[in-house]
Design a protein around this ligand. Structure first.
Ligand SMILES: [Zn+2]
Ligand SMILES: [Zn+2]
Ligand SMILES: [Zn+2]
Length: 327
């Protein structure tokens, strides 16, 4: 059973998930690609009929689904216990890691990329995520849901089948609290609406843009080729967006990954959805961060939180625009 421990030096929660160490692939020697173990059938392939966790949502006809969401067999967050902090002496503070941990499978095709092979894959997956986000928001004790895609061994993926994860948490995590504060202290309206406007005028950091979405290499990018996918229409919560806006962002992510792949090959990456916490009513503008795993962070970054980026966002965006036209 997982539990949370408070890091008193940072004020951030750490999740202790003992049973994850037993997962067969976690501590294998590192190789850049996720290897397929031929002795074990892929648990996410449609042919797999045994030990399939509960199917929570699906797209496409029953038995012939195109995308689906299933429970995670190794949940890091589980149960509906209310969030209660227990002090065991002055420095040992813990809480139950209650919540939900789900897997979204973006294609039945084992060899498709995790962001889906076609725009229809990306759009259907985004619709499924919206459905689950709305359901999570209705449940008591859940404060925030994090959607992620990890692609490639270097980015933390352990299975090759195209998939991502949804983790519903009983607290609002530190990264989101930091962003909430940033939206709160920005004086010129919304930080990301202002970013879209300023970057559109400047143009040097824009990778692609249309009526609904802007993909930009942010001015403050901390890692090479880091990208931000921003819906033009202001909405704090992803489910508040129109279909047009949501679908354009889904396809924008897919295009952004495609461009990176064209420039750098099958690069490992993390895609991270940031949407306002479920009951949050303050200023926020949902977005997706795309972090290609081209370098590893080292001692200075760990020690200070100050990133050193060896490729300026202007260079990165220029190269990716070039890759886009030669695709
Ligand atoms: Zn598979
Ligand atoms: Zn905005
Ligand atoms: Zn963010």
């Amino acid at each position: 059973m997982s539990h949370l421990r408070l890091n008193l030096l940072t004020g951030r929660w750490v999740t202790m998930v003992a049973h994850r160490a037993e997962r067969p692939t976690d501590f294998r020697p590192r190789s850049p690609q996720v290897e397929t173990d031929s002795t074990r059938p892929c648990p996410f392939c449609p042919e797999q009929q045994h030990d399939v966790p509960a199917v929570l949502e699906h797209r496409g006809p029953d038995g012939l689904w195109h995308q689906r969401i299933i429970a995670n067999l190794y949940p890091a967050f589980d149960g509906d216990e209310p969030f209660a902090v227990h002090h065991h002496g002055p420095v040992h503070i813990e809480a139950a890691a209650s919540g939900i941990h789900e897997v979204f499978i973006s294609s039945r095709d084992h060899t498709a990329p995790p962001e889906g092979r076609t725009p229809d894959d990306a759009i259907a997956t985004a619709d499924l995520l919206r459905t689950r986000l709305l359901q999570h928001a209705e449940l008591p004790n859940l404060r925030y849901t994090q959607a992620i895609i990890n692609h490639g061994r270097e980015a933390g993926a352990s299975l090759a089948h195209p998939h991502g994860q949804l983790l519903a948490l009983p607290f609002v995590p530190g990264e989101i609290l930091d962003e909430q504060r940033a939206f709160g202290r920005f004086e010129g309206g919304c930080v990301l609406c202002a970013t879209v406007e300023a970057e559109s005028v400047d143009g040097t950091r824009i990778v692609l843009a249309n009526d609904e979405v802007v993909v930009v290499s942010p001015y403050w990018a901390g890692t090479p080729y880091e990208l931000l996918i921003i819906p033009r229409a202001h909405a704090a919560h992803l489910p508040d967006s129109t279909d047009e806006s949501l679908h354009a962002v889904a396809v924008g992510l897919q295009d952004a990954v495609g461009t990176l792949r064209h420039r750098h090959g099958d690069v490992a990456y993390n895609a991270v959805l940031h949407t306002a916490p479920h009951a949050y009513v303050g200023s926020y503008h949902w977005h997706i961060h795309l972090f290609p795993k081209l370098i590893s962070t080292a001692g200075f970054e760990r020690g200070t939180g100050v990133m050193i980026n060896i490729v300026t966002p202007e260079t990165a965006a220029g190269e990716l625009r070039q890759a886009l036209v030669s695709q």
